[in-house]
Design a binder for this molecule. Structure first.
Ligand SMILES: [Zn+2]
Ligand SMILES: [Zn+2]
Length: 349
């Protein structure tokens, strides 16, 4: 039984009612959380490329209507039965990982993001473009002390993805990491790589991005319009890891020649395309190409703690939740720099 009688049983949620349709504000009645789940009042909620696929019905979307959104930061409002370790009022983040079975091989080995029964906010249940969200308690990450909600929200997806991509690559201390792309993922990857002590090379199109890349912490900048990025990396001594954050795989073949022996290319962007692999080079130089995808709640906490201690900050543009259609349009058309984060409870134009 709910003792929190002051809680509104309603939530303004942005919903897509059919494939290709716009998001419409909908007043949704919120049921008390099931056992093991919690109700979170959302303070900040990010907009990610994957949400666009969810909204358009291109990903493994549930039946419409759907409420996308998987970069949530907020405050626990109600605990379902049996939830331990969390209290009403705790500041929490929820990312692409939205809960898992807890007993499969992947869950028991601390890699629940690969659980076959893993849930994803916005796909498995209504997501975060809303005033409130109900999630399994095992999806919760505790927000680092002093971190703003608008900083915490992108950490659940873009933040933990880039953090893990850098730290799990095994690049030795003193090594060199190149990051292709300076967008929502790339601007975080540059910060994480440089704060972890790696010599960091930013690669992007056009000379005008150089001051930006350097302000994020890059030690070198390669304008891929003006020079061959593989040759430019060679001239800098070669990269021990190359992280491609672009939403297209087209630039990847041009990066291989800049990879050092034992180096790895890590792909974060997905476009459904294919990458030709130079097998002779891969074999003779003991190189690798791999993907990297999101992280668990514990890893989100580690990303937030690292960010708080080392001054990694998502560059965020705030918009009212009511302006979500504008946010989606700008992201889709490539006019959104870095990360757009929506604010519930703020009236749009
Ligand atoms: Zn995402
Ligand atoms: Zn599992």
């Amino acid at each position: 039984m709910l003792s929190d009688t002051h809680i509104s049983p309603h939530s303004l949620s942005m919903r897509v009612t059919g494939p290709g349709e716009s998001l419409v504000p909908t007043d949704v009645v919120i049921s008390p959380p099931e056992p093991g789940w919690v109700l979170v009042r959302i303070m900040a909620t990010g907009v990610c490329y994957a949400d666009i696929a969810t909204a358009s019905g291109k990903s493994a979307s549930p039946d419409h209507p759907v409420t996308p959104g998987h970069e949530v930061a907020g405050v626990i409002e109600t605990l379902g039965d049996g939830v331990t370790g969390w209290r009403v009022g705790d500041r929490v983040a929820v990312g692409w990982f939205g809960g898992s079975c807890g007993h499969c091989r992947w869950c028991r080995s601390g890699r629940p993001v690969h659980c076959p029964d893993r849930k994803i906010p916005g796909i498995s249940y209504p997501g975060g473009w809303s005033e409130r969200i109900t999630v399994p308690a095992d999806a919760l990450a505790r927000i680092a002390d002093g971190m703003e909600f608008f900083t915490a929200a992108p950490m659940g997806c873009a933040g933990v993805t880039t953090f893990n991509a850098v730290r799990h690559a095994g690049t030795p201390n003193g090594g060199r990491i190149a990051i292709f792309g300076i967008g929502g993922l790339g601007h975080l990857a540059i910060q994480f790589a440089s704060r972890m002590g790696y010599e960091t090379i930013a690669i992007a199109r056009g000379a005008e991005r150089e001051p930006l890349a350097r302000s994020l912490g890059a030690h070198h900048y390669v304008d891929s319009d003006a020079m061959d990025p593989g040759e430019a990396l060679q001239a800098l001594g070669g990269a021990d890891q190359i992280i491609s954050t672009a939403s297209t795989t087209k630039p990847v073949p041009g990066l291989w020649s800049g990879l050092n022996p034992y180096g790895r290319i890590t792909l974060l962007g997905v476009d459904g395309g294919e990458v030709p692999v130079p097998v002779a080079q891969l074999v003779t130089k003991a190189q690798a190409i791999c993907g990297h995808r999101t992280g668990s709640p514990v890893e989100i906490e580690e990303a937030m703690n690292f960010a708080a201690v080392n001054g990694v900050t998502p560059w965020v543009e705030r918009l009212p939740l009511a302006d979500v259609n504008e946010a989606v349009t700008r992201l889709r058309e490539g006019h959104a720099r870095f990360r757009i984060v929506l604010e519930p409870g703020v009236t749009g134009d």
